[in-house]
Design a protein around this ligand. Structure first.
Ligand code: 9Z3
Length: 378
């Protein structure tokens, strides 16, 4: 898309879609966080995580959602923190969080990690060593003020937050990184095509009007007889604006999710060519926990895989802060694909993010050197 039409799409979108209520509070927190870490010369990564919703009504009862539980984002954030980054964690409200993800298991309550002893709550001995390790890392990060947690729910909230935070990160130049792991909706209901009240299934109570009275366009989600008809519009492609306008010197890592293996690399390559950013990480829905493909101008196509015998779902150790490789409550893989219990004793399971983040850190170092070299007068 030409720069001017991307700009036009941006200005149309943000003038039609109202900002989230907590935008100013988020901006205030982010501004302080960014300026403190910038003064200390630290690298900052914005990690986006979890899925965006697409509300169908202004007073939202129904919405469209996606599968993402935020495992990739929350796990990656921990490894970035381990590598010294300051992390802004922009996540879907109630999706997984760094550190606490180890204890928000889909089949286990956090209360299962505790027991009563002489009228007091204590951590079960079998969990204690692992939990101490997680707690130490969490406490250190917290004391150093290196993790800022912000949240969104809808696609519009996500885009407003992304734009504001990216613009605040501009002064960091190449020390800023964007790691866009959130599963972002490609389609949405524009505000002027959204019905105000709950869509009625009972024909006797059908609404007759759309959003803005006489000038209203046909509502995007409406009933037609007894059917619910939803016709969504495309979300403008904001990667272009991020690359060119919001934080042009930052390193940008986007994710491409597919379900058809035969098109994954092509789609990742297409995205890289289109937006000319640093890296696209391709992953498939069913194998995303143990293989991804890096597609970049620097290194072409490069697969990263967890070795077969180090993949597991059930491992709960934290020797390398691994936790369970899958804590998603919305996951959809058949269990058999996850090779439960295949990790032999003494060989802790490996989370793929523990392989991804060091690679990206190295790319970031090269990226910073390249931008700094360009900026030096010859
Ligand atoms: C990803 O591909 C993430 O890796 C996952 C992580 C969403 C698969 P989980 O939360 O899953 O760990 O269960 N994110 C996709 C980001 C996205 O929506 N990309 C757009 C696309 O694929 C382009 S920017 O078209």
């Amino acid at each position: 898309m030409a720069a001017s039409s991307a700009q036009q799409a941006e200005s149309d979108y943000f003038s039609n879609e109202p900002p989230p209520k907590d935008l100013q509070a988020n901006v205030t927190l982010a501004r302080e966080f960014i300026s403190r870490h910038n003064d200390e010369g630290r690298r900052i990564v914005l990690v986006t995580s979890g899925g965006t919703t697409v509300p169908l009504e202004t007073h939202t009862v129904r919405y469209i959602d996606n599968f993402s539980a935020g495992t990739r984002g929350a796990t990656s954030a921990e490894y970035f923190l381990q590598h010294g980054y300051a992390v802004i964690f922009l996540h879907r409200q109630f999706s997984l969080l760094p550190y606490s993800r180890h204890y928000s298991h889909n089949t286990r309550s956090f209360l299962d990690y505790m027991r009563e002893e002489n009228g007091r709550v204590v951590v079960d001995e079998r969990q204690s060593a692992d939990m101490l390790e997680v707690l130490r890392q969490y406490t250190q990060v917290k004391n150093q003020g290196r993790l800022l947690i912000l949240s969104f729910v809808t696609i519009t909230e996500y885009l407003w937050d992304l734009r504001e935070v990216a613009q605040l990160m501009r002064p960091l130049g190449p020390r800023a990184m964007f790691y866009l792991a959130a599963a972002v909706s490609d389609f949405f209901v524009p505000r002027d095509r959204m019905v105000e009240h709950k869509i009625q299934s009972n024909e006797e109570f059908h609404q007759t009007e759309g959003g803005d009275g006489a000038n209203a366009r046909a509502p995007a989600a409406r009933t037609d007889g007894r059917k619910l008809v939803i016709d969504l519009e495309p979300v403008p492609k904001f990667l272009q604006q991020l690359v060119d306008g919001w934080a042009p010197e930052g390193m940008i890592v986007s994710f491409k999710l597919e379900t058809d293996p035969s098109i994954l690399v092509r789609k990742a390559q297409y995205s890289l060519n289109k937006y000319s950013h640093t890296l696209v990480i391709g992953n498939l829905l069913l194998t995303r926990k143990w293989e991804v493909v890096f597609v970049s101008a620097l290194e072409g196509e490069k697969w990263i895989r967890v070795p077969q015998h180090r993949r597991t779902k059930s491992f709960s150790g934290v020797a390398s802060l691994v936790g369970s490789a899958d804590q998603s409550s919305k996951d959809d893989e058949p269990e058999s694909l996850l090779e439960i219990g295949t990790v032999p004793r003494g060989e802790p399971a490996v989370e793929i993010e523990s392989l991804i983040i060091p690679e990206i850190e190295q790319m970031h170092t090269k990226y910073i050197e390249k931008i700094q070299a360009k900026a030096k007068p010859s």
